[in-house]
Design a protein around this ligand. Structure first.
Ligand code: GRG
Length: 356
């Protein structure tokens, strides 16, 4: 995470694309000796995904050190369990397995350039091993259950061509093996929906925009979007827009740039991004930038970091600012640019709607 502070500003800014390219490109060299860099080591794989995807959305992924990232992925692989860790010498976890696979989708023209079919199947088995009897998923061998992991399981299997609900399913190559029970996955996710239309981390847990993204994303990948009422949830989501134009993650909480992603992606999947005031949210995101040194923070005048930078860029893309700022279209279900999904044969309503 960076030490930079956003420049105070009350006037509306434009998206500072070149500063952000520079910020992400030099992130690794600038930060390695900082305290923040050391204590976030365990989630570095996701950090790389945020950085590379942000750069790719700005069509500048070639500025990233491809070989370095690929080596990092190799060094974080646990051949014995079939999953990836957040960094070398950490345990395999479903979150970082998804981030590693997302990185490989961006960095290779065909994932089999990097992984053998046996390794791909082993990842499928790792994910399958994390599913519980009730359809839920734990993130690793230690057993924490969270709807984030249901999303990671479906997304990861889909990207690898191991999910029968997706257009790139490679059933013939894997003897139609089923790694998870999709029906039970869907039923479990639906059991986490609340009376207000939102979803939580497990059944009965408070609705939270982050979990809503994972649940709606999971239902989208499983082709089960018709199993819940979109209007009630969309109302709850559009009520997340605050006076300052930013979005919060639940009632009475502060706005934060990352909810530009968690809220908008769910609305995008339900085709209701227009329920948010785009101009006000655009201005909020742009007022959280460091326009000189690059990067985006959670709130105006706070420290920038790569997490908020990626979700700010993703939010602007979902809002339809791609043409104005030269940003690719991001798919709200898979959180990857749609050209990357097309490359691997994945079709979503979104990739079809925004045929590039
Ligand atoms: C591929 C994009 C992508 C994601 C992978 C990890 C994951 C799947 C999804 C995470 C979803 C999530 C739970 C996001 C919320 C993160 C966040 C800002 C949590 C903060 O929660 P609180 O309670 O903050 O600290 P509030 O804003 O409620 O006060």
């Amino acid at each position: 995470m960076s030490q930079q502070q956003t420049s105070p500003s009350s006037s509306v800014q434009e998206f500072a694309k070149h500063a952000h390219i520079d910020y992400i490109q030099h992130l690794e060299e600038k930060e390695q000796t900082t305290f923040e860099y050391c204590v976030t080591e365990h989630l570095r794989m996701s950090g790389m995904y945020w950085g590379l995807t942000g750069m790719d959305l700005m069509s500048e992924s070639s500025k990233m050190n491809r070989e370095h990232i690929l080596q990092f992925i190799r060094d974080s692989y646990h051949a014995d369990v079939g999953g990836f860790a957040g960094a070398p010498n950490h345990d395999a976890h479903i979150l970082y397995t998804l981030s590693a696979v997302q990185l490989l989708v961006l960095l290779t023209s065909n994932i089999e350039e990097f992984l053998t079919l046996e390794q791909i199947e082993k990842i499928g088995e790792f994910i399958g091993s994390l599913q519980k009897e009730d359809g839920s998923f734990s993130g690793d061998k230690w057993g924490e259950i969270d709807t984030r992991f249901s999303y990671c399981a479906l997304n990861c299997l889909a990207l690898l061509g191991l999910l029968e609900t997706c257009s790139n399913y490679r059933g013939d190559k894997i003897n139609n093996k089923k790694y998870i029970n999709v029906e039970k996955t869907v039923d479990y996710v639906l059991s986490c929906q609340n009376f207000d239309g939102g979803f939580g981390v497990c059944p009965g847990a408070e609705s939270h925009a982050g979990q809503i993204f994972t649940c709606v994303g999971a239902l989208s990948i499983a082709k089960a979007l018709d199993r819940f009422d979109h209007d009630t949830l969309s109302w709850w989501l559009c009520e997340r827009q605050c006076e300052n134009g930013g979005l919060n993650g639940r009632p009475e909480k502060l706005s934060d740039v990352c909810y530009s992603w968690w809220v908008l992606s769910a609305l995008g999947i339900m085709d209701r991004v227009h329920w948010i005031n785009a101009e006000k949210l655009h201005d909020y995101i742009c007022n959280c930038q460091d326009t000189e040194k690059g990067g985006i923070s959670d709130r105006p005048n706070n420290m920038v970091d790569v997490f908020h930078t990626f979700f700010g860029i993703g939010g602007l893309s979902l809002l339809g600012y791609g043409d104005k700022y030269g940003l690719k279209t991001i798919d709200p279900t898979f959180a990857l640019p749609i050209d990357a999904l097309k490359k691997i044969g994945i079709e979503t309503p979104y990739t079809q709607r925004f045929d590039q």
